[in-house]
Design a protein around this ligand. Structure first.
Ligand code: ADP
Ligand code: MG
Length: 752
């Protein structure tokens, strides 16, 4: 198959990749030198963009089969019936589907599409697509463009190679993709043609979820149901759909692709497995919010242009803390749409980076010793009539409602801290959480001083008992309007209230945000269910009893769950000690965290709200454990290979040079100081021992079930890898620069 895609435009860049595009095997000192030469000669040759030709507002959603386009192209009755499905969740009938499919096909073909693809989101966290041509032979020697409602609604990809944690083997190898009407279809452009993409859910023929999208949709439904009960207690009966909202901030690194191709570890593991800390790291804080380099800015502008065309409301861009690190954030959207858009964002970042001769790294920790990358997921809930339910507002009545929703979140996070930790667990994210970096693996909530003070008063309970009956109690009354953006920011908290939403910061840069959103929606649904039941019982339908009941409930929640609130430095050793005293979990690694998914509380939670059945949850646990084990395995094998074939040879060449010098000097009568030779020889010995030990560990293999295997990896494999790295990195500080085979941290992070 021809591969002349838009990616090939990168070969027109002034610099040709040293390692040859896509050739992963060229390594060695010469590859490193060639990479540096190529990078320093880089010239951008992509065609310049001009936003004056097509202003950004005209670009927005140009490639999306949006509501407006549907309104224009569909018969009125069909449009109305489709909106009923999209907005109120009503069933789609077959005739409507046929008309929509036909209009969608016409629109796509007008925009150059030859194929359509059902896009789905398997448990790998990646995006999968199956492409089919619109063309069908008509039996008379020619072909017609054809796309029926049936093809729009349902597809049957051969998904047998996607991980399903055992679900499908038990029954039948079939998996179906089903059109998600709430996420609009869009056109994906390529230099050689375009494809109509249809977001879908991926399920087994028994209807079990095999993907990340299905539980997001189910959890949103559960959250809506429980939120409605609360709103009803507050006298709101309009029943406008309450939807969870998400705004994910994506951190990423950019490095020149010549360096990327000179590093087998980056190519195969997405992170460096070796590399000494550079003399200049991020200590100067000179990168954060600094001026964005031209080449990077050009890349950002094109990325944003692509995203705008896809209807992704991209908003913010800036440098991040580490050199070579950046961030991109859209305006928040409904959780399901935000999740699909987030996946597209990651793909687009990678694609566009190639056009500028760079590689976008979304791994959580591509470089040891400098900041890793997270994906802060801003989360809230709201409805068309109520607006944002986590907005404190400035009237007492709204405050009371806000305080209840806020307390429900506090309760949920405290009660299900283990689950929240489990849904952000991955081999990559272990390098951030629980390692020497904020946020810590301990899940706590940052509320800020003002709100903490209000909840402290509520906890004390009686602050207002003297007020006449019928008015709002003080705990509810006193909340002053909070600034939209809480002034006191805390970067070390994994879960922070930021003025009108919570920000879940423990999510890893490479992860799908689906898992975290499913967890958030479901635990808050459970909490709202609890609160609604308590309040319904206490008031017995009498609205006058609401305030007193509310005060009692809030006091009780804060007494039971206030321990999760922490405004201090989440990074400090004192906090780790205090958190333990407070009984908070500290699940340091993926192997510690994932088994939470097996606990009866979590199983019951997901089953009760019909988000994941026991089997679906089990299949997820199995898949994620497997991914953890596989990831570390690949890394361990790479560590072994690179240490043996790149680092060890460089080290002994240098050792031999030193030894030769010593011997020669001795011959002519000099007393040569062998300190360096001694040290290098010692480090080589450790490196060799480390290689042998790691090889043993890998030969030994893991026994037992997946949890036992994950534990073995945590306790044995990873320490063995770290040992090899330690001595390899020390050798980097000794070996002659011209012999060192791998681009250094300094080169990768600072040359662009
Ligand atoms: P910061 O860097 O200060 O955290 P950013 O502006 O980078 O802030 O990102 C904040 C994110 O929070 C944006 O994506 C924004 O749209 C999102 N956000 C704002 N309000 C809400 C809300 N109600 N629900 C979900 N996300 C929200
Ligand atoms: Mg943020």
């Amino acid at each position: 198959m021809k591969t002349a895609t838009m990616h090939s435009s990168s070969s027109t860049n002034g610099a040709s990749p040293a390692a040859g595009s896509g050739r992963a095997t060229v390594t060695g000192g010469s590859a490193r030198q060639a990479a540096i030469a190529a990078v320093t000669n880089y010239r951008n040759t992509t065609a310049p963009l001009d936003f004056r030709e097509t202003p950004a507002q005209e670009l927005f959603a140009a490639n999306v089969f949006s509501k407006e386009k549907m309104r224009d192209r569909l018969p009125k009755a069909v449009f109305k019936s489709l909106m009923k499905t999209i907005e109120d969740g009503e069933k789609l009938d077959a005739t409507t589907a046929d008309v929509v499919a036909s209009a969608m096909k016409d629109w796509a073909i007008e925009n150059g599409a030859t194929h359509y693809a059902h896009v789905f989101y398997p448990l790998t966290g990646l995006t999968a697509e199956k492409h089919d041509s619109f063309l069908s032979p008509n039996g008379q020697g020619s072909a017609i463009a054809d796309f029926s409602g049936g093809q729009l609604i349902q597809g049957e990809p051969d998904g047998s190679s996607f991980p399903t944690g055992g679900i499908r083997q038990t029954f039948e190898a079939r998996g179906y993709t089903i059109w998600d009407v709430t996420s609009p279809a869009y056109i994906l452009e390529n230099a050689n043609g375009t494809t109509l993409c249809i977001p879908t859910a991926f399920v087994s023929w028994t209807g079990e979820a095999l993907d990340k999208k299905t539980p997001v949709l189910r959890s949103m439904q559960a959250l809506n149901k429980q939120a409605q009960r609360i709103l009803k207690l507050f006298g709101h009966t309009d029943e406008a759909l309450v939807s969870s909202t998400a705004g994910p901030e994506q951190e990423y690194f950019l490095i020149d692709r010549n360096f990327f191709f000179a590093r087998p570890d980056l190519i195969n593991a997405g992170r460096t497995l070796f590399g000494a800390k550079p003399p200049k790291g991020q200590e100067f804080d000179d990168h954060y919010f600094g001026a964005i380099p031209d080449r990077v800015l050009a890349f950002m502008l094109e990325t944003e242009r692509e995203l705008l065309k896809l209807g992704i409301p991209i908003k913010t861009r800036h440098n991040e803390v580490a050199p070579g690190q950046y961030e991109l954030a859209p305006v928040f959207e409904s959780a399901n749409l935000a999740t699909d858009h987030q996946q597209l964002m990651m793909l687009t970042l990678r694609r566009v980076a190639e056009r500028y001769g760079m590689t976008c790294l979304t791994h959580e920790k591509p470089f040891a010793g400098v900041n890793g990358s997270g994906k802060h997921v801003n989360w809230s809930l709201g409805s068309a009539s109520q607006g944002n339910l986590l907005d404190p507002g400035d009237t007492p009545h709204e405050n009371a409602q806000f305080l209840l929703f806020c307390a429900a979140v506090i309760r949920a996070v405290h009660k299900h801290q283990g689950l929240l930790r489990a849904v952000v667990a991955s081999a990559g994210n272990d390098h951030r959480l629980g390692a020497n970096e904020a946020p810590p693996a301990i899940i706590s909530i940052f509320l800020g001083d003002q709100l903490t003070d209000v909840f402290e008063q509520i906890k004390a309970g009686g602050a207002n008992s003297s007020l006449p009956k019928g008015t709002l109690t003080v705990g509810v009354d006193v909340l002053p309007p909070l600034p939209k953006d809480a002034g006191d920011r805390n970067r070390t908290s994994p879960f922070a209230f930021t003025g009108n939403r919570f920000e879940f910061r423990a999510v890893g840069a490479n992860q799908s945000i689906a898992g975290p959103l499913v967890a958030m929606n479901t635990i808050v649904a459970e909490s709202l269910d609890y609160c609604a039941t308590k309040l319904e019982e206490a008031t017995g339908g009498d609205p006058d009893k609401l305030n007193a009941a509310l005060q009692d409930l809030l006091t009780q929640i804060m007494n039971d769950h206030g321990a999760v609130v922490f405004n201090g430095d989440g990074y400090s050793a004192e906090w780790h000690a205090e958190a333990e005293q407070r009984g908070l979990l500290n699940l340091k690694t993926t192997a510690d965290a994932l088994p939470v998914l097996k606990s009866p509380e979590v199983q019951e939670l997901f089953a009760k709200y019909e988000v994941l059945s026991e089997r679906e949850l089990e299949s997820r646990l199995e898949t994620y454990l497997e991914q953890y084990c596989l990831t570390v395995h690949v890394e361990a094998n790479l560590t072994l290979e690179m240490a043996r074939t790149m680092i060890f040879p460089a080290a002994i060449r240098y050792q031999s040079e030193l030894a030769t010098t010593c011997a020669n000097l001795k011959v002519v009568g000099f007393e040569f100081d062998t300190d360096t030779l001694d040290r290098v020889t010692e480090l080589i010995k450790y490196l060799q021992d480390g290689i042998a030990a790691l090889e043993d560990v890998l030969l030994q293999g893991e026994d037992g079930d997946l949890i036992a295997q994950a534990n073995f990896i945590r306790d044995t494999t990873i320490p063995a890898m770290n040992f090899v790295r330690k001595y390899a990195d020390e050798l980097e500080g000794f070996v002659a620069d011209d012999l060192w085979p791998l681009p250094t941290y300094q080169e990768m992070l600072f040359i662009r």
